[in-house]
Design a protein around this ligand. Structure first.
Ligand code: NAD
Length: 333
């Protein structure tokens, strides 16, 4: 079978990790590298080439007969690249958050639906072994949804200039903590209410830091469950700490990350625990799943609709914080 003619759009930090993973797959042949900064695209070709370089994605879609594109643009830079990928029949992975407006996100989903291309959204925690273990347990025990999830995300970095600018990143919750918002939907189902408090407490003297650096978010779900997420970018420098706990009837799972969890049996007569631990490469797992989905003509593990719904939750939380009121979410259409 011929390798997939593959391009990278947005040759930055996360794209380099994806490209290194893709380079290890025999199904992938790099064909194009596109970045608005020519040097970034050239440096990817130096590392992962051969392939043509572009500074304009429209030209790349026109000139290359692609099978697959990895869209690794910053949140504010999404425009018509999904529309063009769909028009040219190019499958794609798109990093989270997939957009900064629901209008654009819904348009993307509509293009994917009508074109039939395969789309994987880059929320890679869903590929973790501990995450998969608990999902299978829920499936086998006919547990429809967890009752409670609590989560923490903690770091301390100035990140990229676009990251600090709320208009370009959406803020810490939308850009970063969306991974955990996505996990709440994964365990509890669809949300119906969100209330978020967001403040800039630690970076008031950083002139261009307009996003929040601390937040507390409470979410209610259609199944009656509740989730709480605490996040800060004012904690320990050079550390990205996160964890979460999922509480089900008779089971509580403490996740250190997507590959590691201690699962407690909470029946009064039990007290037993089970440990799930894996070193699975999550970016590799999502790439392998996407390639298989293309070959087998099936949906990838995280199709575009999941990216749309988790974005809706994140943007609703940001709106709640801005307005100072809880926001009701409509059931997905
Ligand atoms: N899944 C994860 O864990 C994870 C981790 C980091 C970043 N991300 C996401 O990946 C995306 C990119 O983040 P990053 O840290 O790699 O950013 P980055 O700033 O390092 O890279 C972005 C690249 O896109 C280029 N670019 C910007 N606008 C462009 C345009 N219109 N056309 C072509 N190129 C353009 C920039 O020049 C830059 O090289 C963000 O949405 C971020 O949230 C995901």
């Amino acid at each position: 079978m011929k390798p997939l003619r593959t391009a990278i759009l947005g040759c930055g930090k996360i794209a380099r990790k994806h490209a290194a993973v893709l380079a290890s797959l025999k199904e992938i042949e790099f064909t194009g590298f596109c970045d608005q900064v020519l040097e970034n695209a050239l440096s990817f070709r130096d590392s992962f080439g051969p392939g043509e370089v572009f500074t304009d994605h429209e030209q790349m879609f026109r000139e290359l007969n692609l099978d697959l594109v990895y869209i690794c643009l910053p949140p504010f830079a999404h425009t018509n690249e999904v529309e063009l990928a769909c028009k040219h029949g190019v499958h794609f992975l798109i990093e989270k958050p997939i957009a900064l407006s629901m209008d654009l996100a819904n348009q993307m989903a509509s293009h994917v639906r009508t074109s039939g291309v395969k789309c994987q959204v880059g929320v890679m925690y869903r590929h973790g072994e501990a995450v998969k273990w608990l999902k299978e347990y829920m499936h086998n025990s006919l547990t429809t949804g967890a009752g409670f999830m609590s989560a923490r995300y903690s770091c301390n970095s100035l990140h990229r200039d676009w990251w600090r600018d709320r208009n370009k990143s959406g803020g810490q919750l939308v850009e970063q903590v969306i991974h955990l918002l996505d996990m709440t939907r994964f365990w509890l189902g669809e949300p119906c209410l969100v209330y978020s408090i967001q403040r800039n407490l630690f970076h008031t003297r950083v002139e261009d830091y307009t996003g929040e650096d601390t937040s507390a978010t409470t979410i209610c779900f259609e199944n009656g469950g509740i989730a709480v997420i605490a996040a800060t970018n004012g904690a320990i420098p050079n550390r990205w700490d996160y964890d979460w706990q999922v509480v089900l009837p008779e089971i509580t799972a403490e996740f250190k990350d997507a590959n590691h969890a201690v699962v407690h049996n909470t029946r009064p007569d039990s007290g037993s625990t089970l440990t799930v631990a894996s070193e699975k490469d999550l970016l590799l797992a999502q790439a392998v799943d996407l390639v298989s989905a293309i070959r087998e003509d099936r949906d990838p593990l995280v199709p575009i609709e999941e990216g749309v719904r988790s974005l809706n939750l994140a943007l609703s939380a940001a709106f709640s914080a801005q307005q100072g009121v809880p926001i009701h979410l409509e059931p997905p259409g």
